[in-house]
Design a protein around this ligand. Structure first.
Ligand SMILES: [Mg+2]
Length: 267
């Protein structure tokens, strides 16, 4: 299928549409492509590994940056983790470490977000205000048998928190402390796991062969998209590529562009 015939375009957020959710300046080539795809009438969706913001919050950020999309077409790693737990254990009791975003996605799914035992699942997203007490409690709950879920897999990421610009330790690194202490392996939910891409495609009533995934990161966007069987486009951004573990998946894109303007002629 030619690029012009694809029916669903899925976009990464950080460093693809906007610099990042805490510096939401849009990339002009992304705005141009988005407008062209809107004009064509194809389905547009967002799939982000950000877990510290809810789908509703990510929607507000991208909308303000100029990307019009329905909130039901915004998919986060936090919402995917909530769906995973809900499918296995509806209403499960979950201790969630995150900056509020994943908690919102979990509550929206009908899960019981709690700070007290008993706990069925411990879910850990990026959280720059996490306390030792929370980490200690999470570890103890895992030792008692709670399943450990890591919401996305960034080792570190750039951002701004309480006015402080920095590169922050990501959820994958914090989860590793619990894994080490409790002697377990966490389930990582997010790109590059192909399930999150397939679920996005399925939720929008499409199939992988009709879908395109656009992202800046070979180890998350491209590896996940490729493994799911969607057409992958890597847009080369100058910096800010967050470090992920690709888990041995193929990180070669179907198409690489220096600017998303390069594909306007193919649509
Ligand atoms: Mg990105």
């Amino acid at each position: 299928m030619k690029l012009s015939d694809k029916k669903l375009w899925i976009f990464d957020v950080d460093n693809t549409l906007i610099r990042d959710v805490e510096h939401p300046e849009p990339f002009s080539d992304a705005l141009g492509l988005w407008a062209k795809l809107k004009e064509k009438g194809v389905a547009l969706a967002i799939l982000t590994n950000v877990g510290r913001l809810s789908a509703r919050q990510v929607h507000a950020v991208v909308k303000a940056a100029g990307f019009q999309v329905d909130v039901s077409h915004v998919f986060t790693a936090g919402a995917a983790a909530a769906a995973y737990i809900h499918n296995r254990s509806p209403g499960a009791r979950c201790f969630v470490i995150s900056e509020g975003g994943a908690q919102e996605d979990f509550i929206a799914r009908g899960l019981d977000v709690t700070n007290n035992p008993p706990v069925d699942f411990v879910a850990l997203g990026a959280d720059r205000g996490m306390t030792f007490q929370e980490l200690n409690f999470a570890t103890k709950m895992v030792m008692k048998g709670a399943e450990l879920i890591c919401i996305s897999g960034s080792l570190e990421y750039p951002g701004i928190y309480l006015g402080q610009e920095d590169v922050y330790i990501g959820e994958r690194s914090i989860t590793a402390a619990i894994e080490h202490a409790a002697g377990v392996s966490a389930l990582v939910v997010g790109k590059p796991r192909p399930e999150i891409v397939l679920e996005t495609v399925r939720a929008l009533g499409s199939v992988p062969g009709e879908a395109v995934l656009v992202g800046d990161n070979p180890a998350s966007d491209i590896a996940g998209g490729r493994a799911a069987g969607v057409f992958t486009i890597l847009v080369k951004r100058p910096d800010n590529i967050v470090e992920f573990e690709s888990g041995g998946l193929d990180t070669r894109p179907d198409l690489t562009v220096a600017s998303l303007e390069e594909i306007l002629g193919d649509l």
